[in-house]
Write a protein that binds this ligand. Sequence first.
Ligand code: NOJ
Length: 769
Amino acid sequence: MKKYLFGFLALTAALVSCSDKTVVKSPTSNLSISYKAKSALDLRVDSVMQLMTLKEKIGQMNQYNGFMDFTGPVPDQGDASAKYQDIRDGMVGSMLNVRGVKNVRAVQKVAVEESRLGIPLIFGFDVIHGYQTMGPIPLAEAASWDLEAIQEASRLAAKEAAVAGLNWTFAPNVDISRDARWGRVMEGAGEDPYLGSKIATARVNGFQGEDLADQFTIAACAKHFAAYGFAEAGRDYNTADVGTSTLYNIVLPPFKAAAEAGARTFMNSFNDLNGIPATANEFLLRDILKDQWDYNGFVVSDWGSIKEMIAHNYARDNKDAARLAVNAGSDMDMESYAYKSHLEELVKEGKVDEALIDDAARRILKVKFELGLFDDPYKYCNEQLEKTVTGSDEMMDGALDMALKSMVLLKNDKNILPLKKSGQKIAVLGDLAFDKNSVLGSWRIGAIDNTAVSLVEGFKSYKGNQVTFERGPRFVTEDVAFAMEVQYNETDTTGTAAALKAAKNADVVVMMLGEHGYQSGEGRSRTQLDLPGLQQEFLEQVQAVNEDVVLVVASGRPLVLSWADENVPAILEAWQLGNQSGNAIAQVLYGDYNPSGKLPMSFPVNVGQAPIYYNRKNTGRPVLPGKDVVFWSHYQDAPNDPLYVFGHGLSYTTFEYNDIKLLNDYSSNGKITVMATLKNTGDVAGTEIAQLYIQDEFASVIRPIRELKGFEKITLKPGESKQLSFTLDKDELGFYDNNGNWIVEDGTFNVWIGGSSKTQLGTNFLLIQ
Ligand code: NOJ
């Protein structure tokens, strides 16, 4: 069978090449040329390429949606049977949104057994924060600053996806964003490129593991390349206008980290960058990714992003779009039908070099080999494993662990938290407290609706208190589905009176308010960052009858919490935590888990501050020269600082940082070590995320007032201290100039260590190389 044909070819190829490098010596001179011999894997790819026609090579470059429409307009062409025929004809290299062993096997069978060469398909899916078992949304995970936990969460997501027949996730999203109006901030790691790069690496490692051919690993996809998170005004799909310094220093680093971690694929972004759609952006795809970074994976377009270049006013028609995209370096066409319909003709007309088709097909085949699909195309199709792994305790325990680590305690006056385990009268209020669906988050196509543990259910496992539960006014007017706009209840106050009565009788009120899970994510930008519907009014009504309110915020992005910050004693940011949401929140509220998350994005005072971020530049007018002078960089009606800064997050204990000092000077060994002591000064054990920031005071390209360059997560018992030590070298102390070169410049650096980006514990050093 074809499977065995490939096995044989692969074996022969492997025998041909055993070493990685060959040195050829000239017999007549001293000259020797060393070149990289083809790897065994490359030879295996060659062995397949040799058998392929131009058409079949182009076939590998097409990705079709499954037979349901999840993420965009239904393509003009093709019903299920036409798609099957294309697979038979060798015109499809990959499918997305076909999942579950039964479905994957059925479609794979057509490719393997009915197409001329039997090349297996690669099955992709958006496994963004879990496959069926939902963990916290990625922005929440990022708030843990816990790279091991994040890697583990990705490993579990990969495992559950792999046993559902999938080979490839369209994750991680490594888009840096500074604008909470953009709905897709929920999918990324926040505003900082250093944290974002570390998390990108952790996620790629988690998905791909050590061996892509392992039954439980899947290929990762760094997306959206590039600058998608800089959509103007936070409006999804909008133009991104990004200067070179920001592009090199903020946007690109997490992509580079993902490439270096070995992410096997990249995805284009929908936006244009400097007037050229990312999908046809040679500068991004060829110059940076494939040349400078020497990237050997493949690039998939985003959904229809090739075709959308017509609407961008860039390509004249779909054929023109195909030409532009392939020439720029986009290897696979997701749902534009542009490559399938036009590439062969474009090659024949001499408008596309056949070598580019070969290159794209080789890249795609290579990943299929790495996944082990040529050895066994049904490798990921094991019904028994699907049954035992999906939704298993391993998955649920992982989701709970990540959820616990993701919450951020924003405020805790009067030590109102943790709640007492007994003897308290507690009112748990808010429609979201009862909700089993919304907290599953936005990217959850494989999830089962209404399966999250609600906060009410989480509370019910604690028996010692007298707890009443009231919804208050309804949050949304009807159940929301994936492709629907969320409709809020703005008028019906039924439920308010009962909730107010419960609040009045309680010692403490716990209110869960915030956004619906489908209010953030793709296509879900907002111009307001408030508590939607009747929630703000409800919060104020409750606070008027009982000031001891603990506000639990469910959201996919930073919200404006200014009123709450002024008026309620405790605020816990609980994002959207997935299946274990209610259990995790209850454990934190009752103090069984001491919160340790820190914000990966600034929370603005009001929406007018957006975009807002900590690593900004000083400007020429950073300070107030005098009380009545207006001509400095500020707002008349709001402060420049956000409400909660990047890196902020409290604990049930307190920490103190002291004694910052430098261990050596840079010139001795190209490194400098910065130390400080951290002490748990409270009464309970707690975990702190210690952060290190630098500022390169004067540079040939202005540097931000602060940049995160190190962090460590440390657990300390009451009274315990630890010596913190961060080592900085050229990787942390340099920056990209406006030509994309990494440079380190001599001069003074300020350095701070502390519990947020606002820390004042600092010193400085002179860097002389
Ligand atoms: C569009 C999104 O932008 C992308 O992130 C996703 O992977 C694809 N749709 C496929 O669902």
